[in-house]
Design a protein around this ligand. Structure first.
Ligand code: NAP
Length: 218
């Protein structure tokens, strides 16, 4: 069976995407700390007749990224990589510490790079979907680090898509506010899209996205 990796699939958009992908792929559910939640994602997939396994790992660490990908390759041909794991922070620029900038870039940008680098050791053909954000395209105040990190993810996608050509398609999906723990923590009064809607866009990006394209969620 072909294999799909979804980073940060214990919760939110990653979880919804893992569940939808399981109709067609063996899914590797990556998580950082929430083992129980990752187990729930796997259990949901299995209850629907799909197959999945979970792998703990911090995408910002290259050795962990390699561990996640190497594990995935044990189950079949790696065809899909969804770089979904991400972190957010809201603070006026002057109060955001350099260490907080670093943390956001480590996960959102270096995490994406680490996973792609490790995956390319195994992937002969397939699709890589990087999850950006509309605020990486249209930045908002008090979120400079996050907006800049997601802009970097979009640029990385566009550059790499040209480099890799047609066998491995690299696309980007840019959600707007989505009803997950992330939105609830930082924007408790915002009404977000359901994560399942974003997951549908990710599936469409896999099937019909053009290499280098950044698809915004309407
Ligand atoms: P979320 O509810 O906060 O879930 C984050 C997921 O990422 C969790 O599964 C978490 O694992 C995992 N994670 C965090 N850091 C990690 C690391 N270093 N290594 C591996 N996994 C890690 O987030 P979400 O709202 O679903 O967001 C998913 C993606 O969409 C992110 O890239 C985010 O920036 C982007 N996005 C979200 C929104 C929104 O409004 N929600 C809008 C635009 C873009 P644990 O559960 O184990 O901690």
């Amino acid at each position: 069976m072909d294999v799909a990796i979804v980073t940060g699939a214990s919760r939110g958009i990653g979880r919804a995407t893992a569940i939808k992908l399981a109709r067609e792929f063996f899914v590797v559910v990556n998580y950082l700390r929430n083992r129980e939640k990752a187990m729930q994602t796997v259990a949901t997939i299995e209850s629907m007749g799909g197959s999945a396994t979970m792998v703990q790992g911090d995408v910002s660490n290259y050795e962990d990224a390699k561990k996640i990908v190497d594990k995935a390759a044990e189950y079949g041909e790696l065809r899909i990589l969804i770089n979904n794991a991400g972190i957010y922070n809201v603070k006026p620029f002057i109060r955001m510490l350099p260490s907080e900038w670093e943390q956001i870039f480590q996960v959102n940008v270096f995490g994406t790079m680490n996973m792609i680098r490790a995956a390319l050791e195994h992937m002969e053909e397939g699709v890589i979907v990087n999850i950006a954000s509309v605020i990486g395209i249209y930045p908002i105040p008090d979120a400079a680090a996050y907006c800049a990190s997601k802009a970097a993810v979009i640029a990385l996608t566009k550059s790499l898509a040209q480099e890799l050509g047609s066998k491995i398609k690299v696309v980007c999906v840019a959600p707007k506010g989505t009803n997950t723990d992330m939105l609830r923590k930082y924007h408790p009064y915002a009404i977000g899209d359901p994560p399942e809607k974003v997951a549908e866009y990710i599936l469409r990006a896999i099937e019909r996205g053009r290499g280098g394209e950044c698809i915004t969620v309407d």
